[in-house]
Design a protein around this ligand. Structure first.
Ligand code: NAD
Ligand code: IPM
Ligand code: MN
Length: 355
C-alpha cells in the first residue's frame, strides 16, 4: 500500500507514547514493505510555541490530504491561560475534518482483570463500544460567552447530526451483538428529547437490532454495576466524553484505551482517549498501550491490515502476560522498556509468518 499518515505527537506524554508507536510502525513498514509517507507536524501546545496557533495552516492542509492521522495528546498547564488553548486546536481539527463519530472500544483482556477497580466477576468479559458524537452539542453550540458575572454555553443538535450518529451506531451494532443503548437526559434536556425520538425512528431501519434508552446518570451507575450489559453505547458529545473516561477504568488504566474518529468520507483520526498527563510527562513512564492500540486501530480500519493489527494487539497483551507493566498498572517498566518488549514480540510474529 502507498499512503500518507500525518503524525501529531502534541504535548506532555504525547511525544513519549508517539515515539513508541512510531518505532513499531516503522518496523512494520519495513517488515511488510509498505510505502508509507509519515509526516510529523506541530499541533496543540507545541504548535502554539512554534507557530503561534494550536492548529496551524500547514498542519491543517496536511491533515486534509492525509489517508489517516495519528494523534498523541495535547494540553497542559503551560497553556492554561493562553488566549487560544491547545484544546481549541483539537476541537478545530475534529470540526474541520467533520469527524462526527468517535469510537471508543472498551475491552478487558484477561491479563488486565486483576487491575480493574471492579471485582473480577463484574469486570471480566466486559466488551462494549462507546460511540460519541464528536462535532456537535455543547462543545460547539452558539451563543457562548464568559464574563465575570455570567457564563453561557449552548447545547444544540440538528436532526441530521443525530440521525447520522445513530445510523453509525446501529451499523456498528450489526457487526457485534446487535444491541444499542442510547444514552441521554431526556427527562430534562430538549436536545435529549429530540435525540430519543430520532433514535426510535432510526431503530425502525434496523429491526434486527435492539434499542434501549438510558438516562446518563443511570448509565454511569450501570457501567460500574454491570458493564457486560452494554454492547454499543451511543451518546452526545459531552456525555460520551465523561462516560468513556469512566469506562476506561474498567480495564484498570486510562493508559490502555484507543479511539478512532470518522467522517463520512475523509481521513480518520486515531488517538488515545486520555490526555497529555502532565503529572507524569517527561518521566518516561507513560503507558504506550493506548497509542499502540490506536496505531493498530488505524491499520485495521483505515488500511485494512488485520494481520499487522493483530500482531500489535497480541504483542501488547503478551508483554503484559510476561509481567511487564508500566507504573499506572503497578509495574516498574519504562515506556521504552515496554516498547522494546513489544518490538521483540512483533519481530518474532513476523519471523514465524515469513517462514
Ligand atoms: P489525562 O488523561 O491527561 O490524565 C488523567 C490521569 O491519567 C493522570 O493521572 C495521568 O497520569 C493518567 N494517564 C493518562 N494517560 C496515561 C498513560 N498513557 N500512562 C499512564 N498514565 C496515564 O487528564 P487530565 O490530567 O485531566 O488532562 C491533562 C491535559 O490533557 C489537559 O490539558 C486536558 O485538556 C488534556 N486532554 C487532552 C486530550 C487529547 O489530547 N485528546 C484528552 C483528554 C485531556
Ligand atoms: C477527549 C478530550 C477532549 C474532549 C478535550 C481535550 C477537548 O477530553 O478527547 O476526550 O473533551 O473531547
Ligand atoms: Mn476526554
Amino acid at each position: 500500500m502507498s499512503k500518507k499518515v500525518v503524525v501529531l505527537a502534541g504535548d506532555g506524554i504525547g511525544p513519549e507514547i508517539m515515539d513508541a508507536a512510531l518505532v513499531v510502525f516503522r518496523e512494520l513498514i519495513k517488515i511488510k514493505n509498505w510505502s508509507i509517507d509519515i509526516e510529523e507536524l506541530n499541533f496543540g501546545g507545541a504548535a502554539i510555541d512554534h507557530e503561534g496557533s494550536p492548529f496551524p495552516e500547514k498542519t491543517r492542509q496536511a491533515c486534509e490530504t492525509a489517508d489517516a492521522i495519528l494523534l498523541g495528546a495535547i494540553g497542559g498547564p503551560k497553556w492554561d491561560q493562553a488566549t487560544e488553548r491547545p484544546e481549541q486546536g483539537l476541537l478545530a481539527l475534529r470540526k474541520q475534518l467533520n469527524l462526527y463519530a468517535n469510537v471508543r472500544p472498551i475491552t478487558i483482556s484477561p491479563v488486565l482483570t486483576k487491575f480493574s477497580p471492579l471485582r473480577p466477576e463484574i469486570a471480566s468479559g466486559a466488551d462494549f463500544v462507546v460511540v460519541r458524537e464528536l462535532t456537535g452539542g455543547i462543545y460547539f453550540g452558539e451563543p457562548r460567552s464568559l464574563s465575570e458575572e455570567e457564563a453561557i454555553d449552548t447545547c444544540s443538535y440538528q436532526r441530521s447530526e443525530i440521525e447520522r450518529i445513530l445510523h453509525f451506531a446501529f451499523s456498528l451494532a450489526r457487526t457485534r451483538r446487535k444491541k444499542v443503548t442510547s444514552v441521554d437526559k431526556a427527562n430534562v434536556l430538549a436536545t435529549s428529547k429530540l435525540w430519543r425520538k430520532i433514535a426510535e425512528e432510526v431503530a425502525q431501519e434496523y429491526p434486527d437490532c435492539q434499542l434501549e434508552h438510558q438516562f446518563v446518570d443511570s448509565a454511569a451507575m450501570s457501567l460500574i454495576k454491570e458493564p457486560r450489559r452494554f454492547d454499543v453505547i451511543v451518546t452526545e458529545n459531552l456525555f460520551g466524553d465523561v462516560l468513556s473516561d469512566e469506562a476506561s477504568m474498567i480495564p484498570g488504566s486510562l493508559g490502555v484505551m484507543p479511539s478512532g474518529s470518522y467522517s463520512e468520507n475523509g481521513p480518520s483520526l486515531y488517538e488515545p482517549i486520555h490526555g497529555s498527563a502532565p503529572d507524569i510527562a517527561g518521566l518516561g513512564i507513560a503507558n504506550p498501550v493506548s497509542m499502540l492500540r490506536s496505531l493498530a486501530m488505524m491499520l485495521r480500519e483505515s488500511f485494512g491490515e488485520p494481520e499487522a493489527t493483530g500482531w500489535i494487539e497480541e504483542a501488547c497483551n503478551a508483554v503484559m502476560e510476561d509481567g511487564i507493566f508500566t507504573k499506572d498498572l503497578g509495574g516498574t517498566a519504562s515506556t521504552q522498556e515496554f516498547t522494546d518488549a513489544v518490538m521483540e514480540k512483533i519481530r518474532r510474529y513476523a519471523d514465524e509468518y515469513t517462514i
